[in-house]
Design a protein around this ligand. Sequence first.
Ligand code: OSB
Ligand code: MG
Length: 375
Amino acid sequence: MLGEMGIRLKNIVLHRLKMTLKTPFTTSFGSFVDKEFFIIEMTDDSGHCGFGESVAFSSPWYSEETVETTAHMMKDFLIPLLKENSLQHPDDVSAIFSVIKGNNMAKAGLEGAVWDLYAKQQGVPLATALGGEKTEIDVGISIGIQPTIMDLLKSINSYVAEGYKRIKLKVKPGFDINILEEVRKEFPDFPIMVDANSAYTLTDKHHLQHLDTFNLMMIEQPLGYNDIIDHASLQSALDTPICLDESIQSLKDAEQAIQLGSCKVINIKIGRVGGLTEAQKIHDYCKEKNVPVWCGGMLEAGVGRAHNIALTTLPQFLLPGDTSGSRRYWDKDIITPEVEAWNGVITVPQKPGIGYEIDRDALENFAVDKETFSL
Ligand code: OSB
Ligand code: MG
């Protein structure tokens, strides 16, 4: 039991890993082949071990952060803050980190390890610690931009056959209306959405209005990565709901976007919003406002995937997210068992914390660097 003792961190280990995706993943801003990221391990003095995963990419294409800026922030600012302050609850982490502007992915990686450690100290699944009640979650899959339309149709076909609940297609100018025409010929009714990762501007409004003819569940992040104003103009000209991803970095952003009418759906990513505590707050606000949310992905390895699963157990996660099975990304994941989606459903693990074991051999094999900090 915790009582007055608090969470009491003893050690933090930053495992820097490099893993190669089974197949490159292409978005409107580029292709991912390898993924470098941090696994953050935290121990207390009774032998509990919590794990977090930092989701920044090597290049600042999705947002400003990179693996290197994350390393700098964690080592030079955030870990020192954890040394100077004691923690009673994981919610304290975001309050302590709030003196540092931005750098949400660096903050979220550390905060995630505290949440896992806390849940293990309490002896409850992370999902339960967050207030989630679902025992299984519905998931979809995000398919990158493919070399040809034939490749894309084949890929959709195989994921529909596996039972994923919805398909998300990456689009960009020149790879949008033309491909959707072909896709809808083959899959007239399947739940499909698109994600532009900021590839358009408001001058594309008339072009984007054609997307209304494809019966899409939603259009994700068509405009600027930090915009909510132009998205409001665009949403008022579209029937299809806009879902914001990149633009929502905090509860404040979510409140303003919903009040302005910039979107009708929000993709919550733990890293992008600075951690599970802020993700919960955005969830609660969206629940109050009747705005459906779903959990996005950052091509995570098993630890990040486990955190996404736990978050998705909260009730306002009404739409299938991007948390697909491990084997869609990796030949070998760093957790056992690996995450498996059967017919588009992932069973939420019931063991304490993230509910998956860390495969220590895999952690060693993929490591490019390792640094330990004692608190
Ligand atoms: O915008 O959701 C995104 C992958 C890399 C960067 C950004 C995004 C994505 C995805 C795939 O869409 C998410 C996943 O499968 O983890
Ligand atoms: Mg997105």
